[in-house]
Design a protein around this ligand. Structure first.
Ligand SMILES: [Mn+2]
Length: 180
């Protein structure tokens, strides 16, 4: 059984950190975070992930965008949630000092490959959640690159969880309809 206490601690922390931030569809940001957490929870059950690792994966899912998109730092996460959570979220964070999106993604994947499967899973869950109808303002090139990037993420992290790999593969196949 997962820890409700840990779930609520991470949920409340993430809600506070993201504040008024919205998803690209204009919904409160927690909509994205709780959707990623839902994918992770289901995958932990399907994959029979042990409770301690599942709690870590779920906590990291709820906090995965804090360093990248809010004022929260690695040190803040370290002092509130410990080293494993801080390291996990850091691995899921793009290094914006790198010049291109491609390099930022590759750097994050390399960091993720040094982490346990329970952390790598969160990246698959994040992309599953994001593989929806592209926003109106995206051009054909951006949509093509997003699809290509999703295939790259799957190829690198597919061993982390069979259920999520299948889910993402389906999403990637369905996304083809948006490529012009
Ligand atoms: Mn995300």
């Amino acid at each position: 059984m997962f820890s409700q206490e840990k779930y609520l601690k991470a949920l409340k922390y993430a809600v506070k950190a993201h504040g008024e931030q919205k998803t690209p569809n204009g919904e409160p940001y927690i909509t994205h975070l709780s959707s990623v957490a839902m994918e992770v929870i289901h995958a932990c059950q399907e994959g029979k992930v042990e409770d301690k690792k599942a709690d870590l994966a779920i906590t990291v899912a709820l906090l995965h965008d804090t360093i990248e998109d809010t004022d929260v730092t690695y040190d803040d996460l370290y002092s509130n949630f410990g080293a494993e959570v801080a390291e996990g979220v850091d691995a899921l964070t793009k290094d914006k000092t790198l010049p291109t999106k491609k390099e930022q993604m590759e750097d994050s994947i390399n960091k993720l490959l040094t982490q346990g499967y329970e952390i790598q899973m969160v990246k698959l869950a994040d992309r599953i959640t994001n593989m929806q109808k592209p926003p109106e303002h995206w051009d054909g090139e951006k949509i093509f690159n997003y699809h290509k990037e999703a295939k790259f993420i799957l190829s690198c992290l597919k061993n982390s969880n069979l259920h999520l790999s299948k889910r993402l593969e389906e999403k990637i196949n369905n996304y083809i309809v948006y490529i012009k």
